[in-house]
Design a protein around this ligand. Structure first.
Ligand SMILES: [Zn+2]
Length: 91
């Protein structure tokens, strides 16, 4: 699972506000599709793609909003996106 962790520069407490929604896997997957979250390569996700979490930068960068399952690795992954880790997941 270590490939899910963000690179060190993104694996830290964000400077922006974080709003987190910890939900069932079905709810997370549905909402992430609804907000148009991208897949692991940073491309539009096909309907068959299953999301464990997704993140949206909100309020012009003041904060970020996370929808995720209850999992510490997924949390660090999504916090990485709050810190600016691009959706294509560069290492
Ligand atoms: Zn990601």
């Amino acid at each position: 699972m270590t490939e899910w962790l963000p690179p060190p520069q993104y694996d830290r407490t964000p400077a922006r506000a974080v709003v987190e929604h910890v939900l069932t896997s079905d709810a997370v997957n549905r909402i992430c599709h609804e907000i148009g979250a991208l897949d692991q390569e940073g491309n539009p996700a096909p309907q068959t793609y299953i999301f464990k979490g997704c993140t949206k930068i909100i309020a012009s960068g003041w904060g970020c909003e996370i929808w995720r399952i209850e999992d510490g690795i997924v949390r660090r992954h999504e916090i990485g996106h709050c810190n600016g880790w691009p959706a294509s997941h560069p290492r």
